[in-house]
Write a protein of this length. Structure first.
Length: 283
């Protein structure tokens, strides 16, 4: 691949609140910091524009991708900074929706400000954690996506996912088989699940697909009362942690060489060696 396969990538960690303009301003400052530090691909967390438990209020505040103010603001920012800006996710109104549920949508802006591609979260967080934690029913207010997405950005093939998707390795296998060597995981992990599983799941997805992983998280205590784990990570195809944040908002960066992923796939050809098999008897 050569030198062109190298890219400096950044994860922006946030603590988004209830005020969309304030969250846009916070994201803008951190994205600027990342670009000033040399990043050419910048990823923000899930729920970049708002963290609000009142879903009726969220529905009243957001628009479609064509008309939403946050989309316009981030488009202008990508063009101003001449960078690939990947907004990990934001709530948007799908214009063709037959119900009131929103899309939890990840959007990639090209350096000229255009929308290069977008991805709607496929796996929705419908869980009951126990130990005093509340039950989460994301499907009550989010319409699930139906398509996996890969895109070419900054001479790199990028695969898309959002938060809870991380627990479904088949998605990442599909992205890698489609040529992705950089997997993106914007997230707002809860503290209990983050402490137990965040690092091991991200490193596993990197190792089993022999890909780099960018994971930008929300971190800390939010205005809506929710606490998120933080610890944004950049992981190598070997499973090594190249950069890690704590709980506070900020930026982490790493230089990624896609030759490393290509070399690993040549030496340990996991994707090529995979074979079809019949399911266990009785299934």
């Amino acid at each position: 691949m050569g030198k062109d396969a190298q890219i400096t990538a950044a994860c922006v960690q946030m603590r988004s609140g209830l005020d969309i303009p304030a969250n846009i301003a916070a994201a803008r400052d951190l994205v600027r910091q990342a670009v000033e530090s040399g990043a050419r691909y910048v990823l923000t967390p899930e729920n970049t524009t708002i963290m609000d438990e009142d879903k009726a209020r969220v529905r009243a505040l957001v628009g479609s991708m064509e008309e939403d103010a946050a989309v316009r603001a981030f488009s202008a920012l990508a063009a101003e900074l001449d960078t690939w800006l990947h907004i990990g996710s934001m709530p948007l109104r799908p214009p063709d929706a037959d119900d009131e549920r929103l899309a939890n949508r990840s959007i990639l802006f090209a350096p000229d400000g255009r929308i290069a591609t977008w991805y709607d979260k496929i796996h929705l967080f419908d869980v009951t954690l126990g130990d005093g934690e509340k039950a989460y029913r994301e499907s009550a207010y989010v319409r699930p996506g139906t398509r996996a997405v890969v895109a070419d950005a900054a001479n790199v093939r990028v695969g898309f996912s959002i938060c809870y998707d991380l627990r479904f390795p088949a998605l990442y296998q599909a992205l890698a088989r489609a040529g992705a060597q950089l997997l993106t995981v914007p997230a707002a992990f809860t503290v209990p699940t983050g402490k137990a599983h965040w690092h091991v799941l991200l490193r596993a997805r990197a190792v089993e697909t022999e890909s780099f992983v960018l994971a930008a998280g929300q971190g800390g205590q939010h205005e809506n009362g929710r606490a998120t784990y933080g610890h944004s990570l950049i992981v190598s195809p070997w499973g090594g942690i190249l950069a890690e944040a704590g709980e506070e908002p900020g930026v982490i960066l790493a230089q990624l060489d896609m030759n490393e992923a290509s070399d690993m796939r040549a030496r340990i050809p996991v994707l090529r060696n995979a074979r079809p098999f019949a399911p266990p008897e009785g299934v």
